[in-house]
Design a protein around this ligand. Structure first.
Ligand SMILES: [Zn+2]
Length: 129
């Protein structure tokens, strides 16, 4: 068996996928999305950091899943997103998720949210504003 044991430090990025179902309506939109409707959202939470030479990991996938379940999915899955955001566009939902997770998830770099297949929003935090 070949042994590869890295002792130098390199970074890597984890992307962890989640799905949740939620209802919303867009109060400022002139079109069908003004009316209440639902989506099966697909979400990727990205964590980046140094690969720990001892564990060989950036973060524990299981721990990332627990944190997202506890802080986000418990508030979003099978909920009406207008109860937490006045204008729950995909952009605002991605930002909401990012801001909830940031204090709990070291190395969080990005939240990518698909409202429908093939169309996603990527939120990476403040641009300095
Ligand atoms: Zn919608």
């Amino acid at each position: 068996m070949a042994t590869i044991d890295y002792t130098d430090k390199r970074t890597a990025r984890l992307d962890v996928e989640f799905t949740f179902a939620a209802a919303h309506r867009l109060p400022r939109y002139d079109g069908p999305c003004f009316r209440m409707h639902g989506h099966n959202y697909q979400m990727f939470v990205a964590v980046e950091g140094e690969i720990d030479p001892q564990s060989g990991m950036v973060a524990d996938f299981g721990r990332v899943k627990e944190i997202v379940q506890e802080h986000v999915l418990s508030r979003a899955d099978h909920r009406t997103l207008n109860d937490v955001l006045e204008n729950p566009t995909a952009e605002n939902i991605a930002r909401w998720v990012y801001e909830i997770l940031a204090p709990h998830l070291p190395g969080l770099v990005e939240v990518r949210l698909y409202e429908i297949p093939g169309c996603c929003v990527t939120y990476r935090g403040s641009l300095g504003g």
